[in-house]
Design a protein around this ligand. Structure first.
Ligand code: AMP
Length: 112
């Protein structure tokens, strides 16, 4: 069971910002920006490589939820970054598909 499944099951605490039948959003425990929110699928899919064609709507929904949260956090005008990490070189540490919504400061490019 991934740590995100435990958050979904309320077995470990998290500051949950949003949840519906498809996705959950909560504050990252180790924030890398003033706003750093993780948006994860409810369904446990390990990595982007495991996505099926039938997950297209789900993944689109993740982006829309991230955009709505960006608006509610007041960072939509200045801007923000949405990041998906995949496997070792991508820096993925939790193998349960999620994206990071980062904002509230100037982001660097290229990323480290
Ligand atoms: P990634 O490295 O892309 O797999 O992202 C995993 C993210 O989950 C990291 O930014 C971690 O800080 C975050 N994280 C790990 N455990 C928790 C937790 N218990 N509550 C909230 N965020 C967590």
């Amino acid at each position: 069971m991934s740590i995100f499944e435990k958050i979904i099951a309320r077995e470990i605490p998290a500051t949950i910002i949003y949840q519906d039948d498809d996705v959950i959003a909560f504050n990252d425990i180790d924030p890398k920006a003033p706003v750093h929110i993780v948006i994860a699928t409810i369904k446990p899919i390990p990595t982007l490589n495991d996505l099926a064609e039938s997950d297209a709507t789900l993944m689109g929904k993740m982006i829309l939820v991230a955009r709505h949260i960006a608006a509610s956090e007041g960072i939509e005008k200045n801007g923000y970054r949405i990041v998906f990490n995949c496997n070792r070189d991508g820096g993925q540490s939790v193998f349960h598909i999620h994206c990071h919504l980062l904002g509230g400061r100037q982001m660097d490019w290229p990323p480290g």
